[in-house]
Ligand binder design. Structure first.
Ligand code: PEP
Ligand code: MN
Length: 276
């Protein structure tokens, strides 16, 4: 192997999906319509998940997110509610009529996460966990793969290839900011990655401005930049009461802020002559 990123394209083409991922016949990801994923960083309670689910649905979200297995920098921080959280996420998604995405961190959790989720998320920290990538690929579910914060675009594409090599081309690539010398933001959103990934693959390309920004004021401008650059979708952290969030409250939008953002990004998608 020479590490060439062109490997991804024939595989995605060979799948016959041309990069459009169908979620149970209800939703198409990557087909031209901007896809909005929204929800809290972590699942905290039934009420929190349900009220968030209804609010983001009413604001125009397509998919509900929420973490039950959280990759925290410190082992002493809240690690997620685990399987109880998965149940809360599923219930909220079902009531709101939204598919759900949640992170899987460990191969041993794959069966249970796959039982409750419509889309598996593999987070930035596990983007090169090759054994997880292979085994997650075999579950057959679509996978939202977040770019490792230290990965080049080529390495990111080769990580995606681990999933594709298992016969699963339902991969959504997600740029979520990379580490640079800059400290004003949590990470530096690599906007260039969007057109580059779009040119190199047929896979849907999403942007998570929340984890790039680290603060909610920056989420709207980064979202607009992502859509202008051609992103197929956005992942936005949204919490009913961000100031009391157990995780990532600083970068989480209120439902009202999310609704305003959804209007403006859909308006921009329409302006740029894409479906919205
Ligand atoms: C998340 O989406 O909750 C998350 C932890 O993101 P990342 O893996 O991009 O840090
Ligand atoms: Mn988070």
């Amino acid at each position: 192997m020479d590490g060439s990123t062109t490997m991804v394209e024939p595989e995605a083409e060979a799948s016959g999906t041309c990069g459009v991922i169908d979620i149970d016949g209800k939703l198409k990801i990557g087909g031209g319509r901007l896809c909005l994923i929204a929800g809290p960083c972590s699942i905290e309670s039934e009420e929190q998940m349900l009220s968030t689910a209804l609010a983001v649905r009413d604001a125009g979200a397509d998919i509900l997110r929420g973490g039950a297995f959280k990759p925290r920098t410190s082992p002493y921080d809240f690690q997620g509610l685990g399987v109880e959280g998965l149940k809360m996420l599923r219930a909220a998604g079902d009531i709101a009529g939204l598919p759900v995405v949640t992170e899987v961190m460990d191969t041993e959790d794959l069966p249970v996460v796959a039982e409750y989720a419509d889309i598996l998320q593999i987070g930035a920290r596990n983007c090169q966990n090759f054994s997880l990538l292979r085994k997650a690929g075999r579950m057959g579910l679509p996978i939202l793969l977040k770019r490792g914060m230290m990965l080049t675009i080529k390495e990111f594409l080769l990580a995606a290839e681990y999933i594709i090599a298992e016969g699963n081309s339902k991969v959504i690539l997600c740029e979520r900011g990379i580490r640079t010398f800059e400290t004003e933001t949590r990470n530096t959103l690599d906007i260039s990655a969007v057109p580059i990934l779009k040119a190199k693959t047929k896979l849907p390309v999403f942007v998570d401005p929340s984890h790039a920004a680290g603060s909610r004021e920056l989420v709207a401008p980064l979202s607009l930049a992502a859509v202008a650059a051609g992103a197929d979708g956005l992942v936005i952290e949204c919490h009913i009461t961000p100031d009391t969030a157990w995780c990532d409250g600083k970068q989480s939008l209120t439902p009202g802020q999310f609704a305003a953002l959804a209007r403006s990004v859909r308006g921009l998608a329409a302006y740029t002559k894409r479906d919205h």
